[in-house]
Design a protein around this ligand. Structure first.
Ligand code: CMC
Length: 429
């Protein structure tokens, strides 16, 4: 019961009062941080469906209204007007940079855009068939060995240095993972280019052909990176914050976040969506058959790219990506039948009571893979592209968590196993 800006919880005959925390968008939380001390009981909330893990000033998301804002700016406006590096700066430092700050940020990143040659030896030791997300997570973790420093969280300079190093080196590693998969020589990029322009060149540059920048590809990648840049306390971001809460360093925490992102229910969904659409196409294009499978509770199949823990309305990112997919395919002169299959599935799902009743709408991953495919990025690289976009979000959340001096994350449990029993010697079992 919520009364007079307080929440009252009754346990047995005792009544306990807890403070309410009200967010800047009027979201309300019951502060139960003293619950166990006062009552000796805990709460259980599998999947943290009702649990706020922190206060955060980075991203606002209203899943009922379909609103997403970074530091107060709407995702629609940022995707249309900003470049990814500005958005990274905004997320990490709290405000949009002026030209001077942006130039300095880019300069500092460029100055760190070298990865130790020895990292190539680690990359070489992976089989060509290795999933790029596993390789990316391993190499990000390995970066710590080449940049050893104990981060002093009180030192703004040390934090800044770690941030620009990571923003500089991750795109190089991403391009190496991509290029290794294609059997191409590894690239260090072009110092003269902007952040996204450089990422694009590092990926698509060929050793035997003059590189000519395609502005459609650059602006599409810029938009996709912005749309993925942060999404408050999702699975991978929570992982980054939890790992960092033990005072693990920035690189190690981000490496863990990359592993969390890999799963098919999270960032891995973009690869799963394309595989699903290709399977539907191969099967003759009968979307109704796959809709029935998705609704059949005895079938583990789910409509990938649909549903979201927080959005119970359109994912605003999906709306932007759908329009972008149409534009990019048109501009690149590509006609991909799986785009039509995706649109057909979306139309059917939005009119189907199973999806309507459960408020299942297309999410960010539903159309993004179609764009990556049009850019000739292999399926297994889709989630790597997501990780590249999410990097500034992870960094900003890690930084906020450390600056707020949050305690180590350590949930409790309700034990439901055996009670105490005596040890039986092997011959008596
Ligand atoms: N297809 C069919 N049924 C679904 C789907 C789906 N894609 N998503 C949810 N449901 C059903 C689910 O079976 C359940 O039904 P019932 O109430 O009858 O048991 C109900 O909807 C609620 O689902 P939930 O699994 O309890 O919801 P959740 O908040 O735990 O899971 C989700 C959210 C995103 C994991 C889930 O919707 C899903 O598995 N979607 C497909 C994977 C996907 O697209 N993931 C990307 C998410 S967005 C980007 C990101 O996070 O990286």
């Amino acid at each position: 019961m919520i009364m007079n800006d307080k929440a009252n919880i009754k346990v047995g005959n005792e009544n306990y009062e807890f403070e309410l925390i009200i967010g800047s968008e009027d979201e309300v939380a019951i502060d139960i941080s003293s619950l166990r001390t006062k009552t000796n009981i805990i709460t259980i909330d599998p999947g943290f469906k009702n649990t706020g893990a922190c206060k955060s000033a980075i991203t606002f998301l209203d899943g009922e209204k379909g609103i997403l804002r970074y530091r107060g700016y709407s995702i629609e406006e940022l995707a249309e007007k900003a470049n990814f590096l500005e958005v990274a700066y905004l997320l990490i430092f709290g405000d949009l940079p002026n030209q001077k700050k942006l130039d300095k940020f880019l300069y500092d990143i460029k100055e760190n855009s070298i990865v130790d040659e020895d990292l190539k030896k680690i990359l070489e030791s992976f089989p060509k068939s290795a999933h790029p997300m596993g390789v990316l997570s391993s190499l990000t973790s390995a970066l710590v060995s080449f940049n050893p420093s104990v981060l002093d969280i009180e030192s703004k300079k040390e934090i800044y240095d770690a941030i620009v190093k990571l923003l500089a080196k991750l795109p190089i590693i991403v391009s190496w993972v991509y290029r290794k998969g294609k059997g191409l020589p590894l690239d260090y990029g072009d110092y003269s280019l902007g952040y996204v322009e450089n990422i694009t060149k590092m990926m698509f540059n060929r050793p035997n052909k003059e590189y000519i920048q395609n502005d459609t590809i650059v602006s599409t990648i810029n938009k996709l990176l912005i749309l993925h840049a942060d999404h408050e306390q999702n699975c991978s971001t929570s992982t980054v914050r939890i790992v960092g809460s033990s005072h693990a360093g920035l690189f190690a925490s981000i490496s863990a976040g990359i592993s969390a992102l890999w799963g098919r229910l999270h960032g891995g969904a973009n690869q799963a969506v394309i595989e699903m659409l290709e399977a539907i196409e191969k099967d003759g294009g009968d979307t109704k058959k796959f809709m029935a499978k998705a609704k059949d509770k005895t079938d583990p199949f789910r409509l990938m790219g649909f549903g979201h823990r927080v959005y119970k309305n359109f994912d605003p990112r999906a709306k932007i990506i759908k329009v972008a997919a149409d534009e990019v395919l048109k501009e690149l002169g590509i006609s991909d039948p799986i785009l039509e299959i995706a649109k057909g599935l979306e139309k059917e799902a939005l009119a189907d009571s199973y999806f309507v009743d459960r408020k299942l709408y297309p999410n960010v991953d539903f159309y993004s893979g179609i764009i990556y495919k049009a850019l000739e990025i292999p399926n297994q690289m889709f989630t790597v592209m997501f990780a590249l976009g999410r990097l500034p979000g992870w960094i900003s959340q890690w930084k906020e968590m450390r600056e707020n001096k949050e305690p180590i994350s350590r949930p409790r449990q309700i034990y439901v196993g055996e009670r105490h029993r005596a040890f039986l010697d092997l011959d008596l079992r």
